[in-house]
Every structure is written in C-alpha cells, then in structure tokens.
Ligand binder design. Sequence first.
Ligand SMILES: Cc1cc2nc3c(=O)[nH]c(=O)nc-3n(C[C@H](O)[C@H](O)[C@H](O)COP(=O)(O)OP(=O)(O)OC[C@H]3O[C@@H](n4cnc5c(N)ncnc54)[C@H](O)[C@@H]3O)c2cc1C
Length: 520
Amino acid sequence: MQALLDKLRSVAGAANVTTDALECEYFAQDVYSRSHSAAAVVAPGDKNELAAIVRTTTESGVAVIARGGGMSYTGGYVPSEENAILIDTLRMNRVVEINREDMYVTVEAGITWSALYEALKETGLRTPYWGTLSGLYATVGGSLSQNSIFFGSGRFGTAADSVIGMEVVTADGTILNTGSASQINASPFFRHFGPDLTGLFTADCGALGIKATASFRLIPELPVQAFGSFAFEDHPSMMQAMSDIARQDVVTECFGFDPYLQQQRMKRDRLANDIKKLGGVLKAAGGLGKAIKAGAKMAVAGRGFMDDVKWSFHVMTEAHTEASASANLQKVRDISEKHGGRELADSIPRLVRANPFGPVNNMLGPAGERWVPVHALVPHSRAVETLDRVEALFGECSQELEEHDIHTGYLLATVSTHCFVIEPVFFWPDELMEIHRRSVEPAHLKHLTEFPANLVARETVASIRERLVDLLKDQGGVHLQLGKSYRYREGLRPETFALVQSIKKIVDPGNRINPGNLGL
Ligand SMILES: Cc1cc2nc3c(=O)[nH]c(=O)nc-3n(C[C@H](O)[C@H](O)[C@H](O)COP(=O)(O)OP(=O)(O)OC[C@H]3O[C@@H](n4cnc5c(N)ncnc54)[C@H](O)[C@@H]3O)c2cc1C
C-alpha cells in the first residue's frame, strides 16, 4: 500500500492524495450508508492522470472506485472491501468544447449539472436532459453511471438518453472512446457507429470503467415556459392523469407528491426561502409584465393554497411560442379535469424551474430526520397496482413504523411517454452523518433537531427497505442507481447476466473496478 500511495502521489501530486482517516471515512459514506473506509482519496486533474491512477491501482491488486458528487444512496461508491482507493472526480470539471455548429458539448465527467447549466446559459442551447434536483453537487459522470432523471425527462428521457459519446478508462488504464469519436478521424457528434458502446457504460454504476469525459447533443433552449399544478383526492385518479399526460408528449417535467411528502415540503420551505426563490421566478419569467403577473399570482396564492390538498402533481412545459405552450397546458388541464383533478396555483413548478439547482436540504426531513428513497420504473399499465402493493406492505408494517416514528411518502414522476417512476421515501429520527453536515446549507442545518443515534429505527428501515426492493423486483420494476441496493443480478435472466459478466471480464479481468456493484 505504501508503494502504491507513493506512485499515486507522483501521478496526481501529493496535495491531491489524502490518507487522512476522517477524510477517507467521509468520502466512503453515501447519503444513506457507510461500510469500509477508503485507504486513500485521489483527485486526478485530467484523463491522463485518471488513466495512470487506475492502471497503477489495479496492477497493485487494489480496488479502485470513482466518486462524483457523492449524492447517491444505494452504496454505489461505498467500498465493499478494505483498502480501496477512491477517485474524487471533482477536479475534472472543465467544459472541453461547446460546438454550436455541430450541436454537441463535451465535458469532463466531474463537472456538476449546475456548472454545465451555467456554462451553456448564454449560448441559448442546452442538453435535452439537463440534470437532477441534486445537480448543485451531482456530476455528469455520476449521473451517467447511475442513470438519472428530472430536468427534461418528461420529453427527453434519462441522462443516458442524451449522451452521445464518452471517454472511459478501463482497468488497464486504456482510454476508450465510444460513439462516433471512436472512428479514427471523427468528432463526438453521433452516438451510434456499430454496437452502442456508449450504452454499455451508461447505468453500469461505474463497474465497467471510469468515465473521463462525456459528450451530449445540444438543442435550443425554448423561450416560452408554462406551468400547471393539480390536486386529486386519491392516487389512482392522479396517476392515471399523469400517465395520460405523459402519453401526449407535451410536458418536459411531470412530478407528484402524496399527502405526507407534500406536507413535508411545505413545512421545509420556510417563507424566507420562498422569498429568496421568488427572485429567481421573477428573473425567469422573462420581461417585466410577465414577472409582475407571475409574482402577483404566487403572492395571491401564498402558502396556504396546498393546505387542503391530498395528492398533487405539477408540470412544466416549454415551447417556441406562447400559443403552443398554452395549447400544451390546455391538454394537461383537460386530462386532469377528466380524471377529477382541481387546478391549483402553479407556484411549486415555477419555483422548481426558476431555481433548478438549489441546496440539497431535502436530503433530510423537515425536522432533521434521516431520509432514504427507494424507487422503481414501471410501465403505465402497472403503476397504480405497484403503488397499491407498496401501500399494502407499509400497512403490514404499520405497527413497526409507528413504534419507531418512521414515516413514509411517495414521489411520483413520468419519464418520456412510456415510463412511470414510483419512489417511496422513508423518514426516521436518527443521528446525521458527516455527508449530511457537509451537504446541507449551514443556515438550514442550524434549525434542525439533532437526533441521537437510533439503531433500532435504522435497522427497521433497512429491513422494510429490503422487503420493498423484493416487492419491486416481483412487480417487474427496473431501477436507476442500482449500486449495491437492488436485485439486479437476481432479477436478470441468467443468459443476460452471463453476458454482463463476460464483458466485465474483458474490461476488468481482476474485478478491481468497484467490486460488488451490479452484483459483480
Ligand atoms: C437531495 C437529492 C436529490 C436528488 N435528486 C435526484 C433527481 O432529481 N434525479 C435522480 O435521478 N437522482 C436524484 N438524486 C440521486 C443522485 O443525486 C443522483 O443519482 C446523481 O446522479 C448522483 O450523481 P453523483 O455525481 O453524486 O454520483 P455519486 O453518488 O458520486 O456516484 C454514483 C455512482 O456513480 C459512480 N461514479 C461516479 N462518478 C463516476 C465516473 N466518473 N465514472 C464511473 N463511475 C462513476 C459511483 O461509483 C457510484 O456508483 C438525488 C439525491 C439527493 C441527495
């Protein structure tokens, strides 16, 4: 290990290799769990340093694991063995090229979605999918490795659907190009050239290689935005409305809350926060007249407009003209009405769109409770039934949940025209980990309760979460963020898993890149 660390220092510079015990422990914990600490955290400055670090580490027989913004909660970068080297990709955060003529952007994998958004802002262009709600910290590399959804997903799908090429470092330090850039004379302007090697490395949870750069196609930012929010008495009618809207292909984002999550959200966003965010809404409205209208609408609605709401969903739509944005929203209204929805003030989607990459305070409950989501992607036809089964499981566990003050809610969303996301979420009183302290805004943290360690509640959440993961597999659900939490291997047809294993053997024969992810 000492010899390896010396070599890593000579590659990355001593200042970019840390063996400090507390730092190694911090980098090795995710938002939900921790296990082994790391032997060292190494931060490469570019792809050549990254390649040398990977080669040197695997040659020594030591495990090497990439970490982006650290915003995940499925054990993806939590080491499964002692003495692993963690690669902190955050120094690799440059925009390599914005090509307006050929309509693509190439970035280093450690750039955050927020930084990419800022870099593209003045160009009038953007990537079709453009980031997660955690994008203040979450990186392009982490999000492609787990696959992710949110901004733009209603029309353009996941992060993996927008990427057209990558440079990936495999276990022996090879820097592999995928997509058109793998043609010896070509640039990264197109994804498919022979088998889709870009796809091979997306959603691999970093088990097949470490992403150094990624290229995305660009589209024009559409100038007109419209928003809508709707209340429902029960989840089947709301979910059917969301599915019908998704099928129409008219919204860029569509997300919903159950009564519990909604209440939490309204509690968490204190008024001061709303006012700060309102500045963003006014700026985003485009033009003084529109700003006044948007501001007035929100001021009239105030915060009480959600008080008697049970289930609610929220949409954003974008278009070239006012007329087509209004037509999109009218479709949403008609569908909601057909399913018994009631229109609400549109403050929530307006706030979310105007301040896309805000602080990640939602990684804790409103009083400082711990938080962990589980999710499944299902076809529309199985969405309501899946949520009903999850509800039934929570019903079976109600005594345990109540006894340990564990609360549950749901975040719902649609992706493109063909996918429904169901995300049950747990909250429970428990002590914070270092990652929460470093990620949540200090001003917000100050107002939270410091709960003592609560092992019983923690273990209860873990065991119900396991049952939930089994249930979602049985429902035929698939997942983003596989990490070490879902039943990928167990749920996969054996011949498919055998192929994944064979590929792993070629790119990482010694199983030294992120061992344990994807059940490998
Ligand atoms: C408050 C909050 C809000 C969130 N909102 C969303 C949301 O809207 N949508 C969503 O999909 N998810 C969301 N998430 C989950 C998470 O933030 C995302 O999955 C995000 O994409 C993770 O990116 P990251 O850079 O933090 O990855 P990390 O957590 O650092 O890593 C994730 C995985 O990718 C691997 N990895 C990281 N970088 C690389 C690389 N360069 N090469 C190879 N492997 C790599 C790691 O080993 C790990 O397996 C949220 C999380 C929080 C805490």
